[in-house]
Design a protein around this ligand. Structure first.
Ligand code: MTE
Ligand code: MO
Length: 326
């Protein structure tokens, strides 16, 4: 128990010192540029040219990171400034502190390949470039809610997780999709800590993976994902607490049994498999009723399923209990 008390999130985030709420002018401009991409500009060269001042070059042959914005899911609140969202991160492989973006630059994100195995027609390894040629990128603005009670609103570039599942060609017996994060000991000092059950593993049910809201991200703010944000490819599950959205995955496995996920191995009553957002189910050590929008002093009410209930609540029809929300 002592060990469990030392690891994980000891303090609800709002008790920690909030960072300065300074709106960086460049970040605001970048956010505005990203906003204009979805609706107003024609696809192709015009859009690429328009985004040129802020976008990083896209490697030859790869799809651009500033595709049209999918307006199905409206965030209903302002974008978090890019600079804030990319300098306040959770990534325990690097650090238990939020200020890890510099340390994360040490990791290698190219070349990158992903192992697809378990209950699939043909286990195989696919290069990231190859994978990206088989999907259609889009941009989605999603709310993100960390279990620590901070939140942000950011534009991800990526594709529905369902497309990845279809490419993987799972067998009928597959019930779960499991994502494993890369381990690069030279770049990731956190891996030295024996307290944690590395590698970082997360997963969802097949039904969750096939839900259109489940996303695989390769970009953020119209650029390739920054390393600290999960480059080169991460999962994004906006109706669940943030720890479900594993970064930098190198393996996608299909299983019949519920995977032992990283945080659930440490503290199943606090960070379980389901981890759906619910303001009415407190974390055993703090309330989940409200959340702080990073980059501001605002606290806003937390919504069940992080506000995405109309799209995902049916996944849990007939299921009951607090464990769905931890
Ligand atoms: N591999 C890995 N993935 C991870 C984490 C981590 O420590 N390691 N932290 C999770 C948590 S707790 C959150 S809130 C989100 C944070 O994503 P962000 O840093 O892009 O905001 O990443 C999740 N994915
Ligand atoms: Mo989190």
């Amino acid at each position: 128990m002592n060990i469990l008390k030392r690891i994980g999130w000891e303090i609800p985030e709002h008790q920690a010192t909030p960072e300065a709420a300074v709106l960086n002018r460049r970040a605001v401009l970048a956010g505005a540029a990203a906003l204009s991409i979805g609706g107003t500009l024609a696809p192709g060269a015009a859009r690429a040219a328009a985004a040129a001042p802020t976008a990083l070059p896209t490697p030859a042959g790869l799809p651009a990171m500033n595709p049209p914005r999918d307006m199905t899911y409206r965030a209903g609140r302002a974008l978090t400034p890019e600079k804030i969202a990319t300098t306040y991160n959770n990534y325990y492989e690097f650090s238990e502190d939020k200020d890890l973006w510099r340390a994360a630059q040490k990791m290698t994100v190219s070349p990158w390949s992903i192992r697809i195995d378990g209950l699939v027609g043909k286990p195989r390894t696919v290069g990231l470039d190859d994978l990206l040629k088989q999907v259609t990128l889009q941009e989605r603005v999603y709310r993100h809610r960390c279990v620590e009670a901070w939140a942000m609103t950011v534009p991800w570039t990526g594709f529905p997780m369902a497309e990845l599942v279809k490419l993987a060609d799972p067998l009928g017996s597959a019930k779960y999709v499991v994502f494993t994060t890369v381990e690069e000991p030279k770049a990731m000092p956190g891996l030295d800590s024996p307290l944690y059950p590395w590698p970082y593993v997360e997963g969802v049910t097949m039904a969750e993976a096939m839900n259109d809201l489940a996303f695989v991200s390769v970009g953020l703010y119209g650029k390739p994902l920054p390393k600290q944000s999960g480059a080169p490819i991460r999962i994004t599950l906006p109706w669940k607490y943030g720890f479900k959205s594993g970064k930098a995955f190198v393996k996608v496995s299909f299983t019949e049994t519920m995977p032992k996920t990283f945080w659930a191995q440490l503290a199943p009553d606090e960070y379980g498999f389901w981890a759906n957002v619910n303001p009415a189910v407190p974390h055993p050590r703090w309330s989940q009723a409200t959340e702080r929008l990073i980059g501001t002093d605002q606290r806003v009410p937390t919504q069940i399923y992080n506000g995405y209930g109309p799209f995902v609540a049916s996944l849990y029809a007939g299921m009951k209990g607090d464990m769905l929300f931890r």
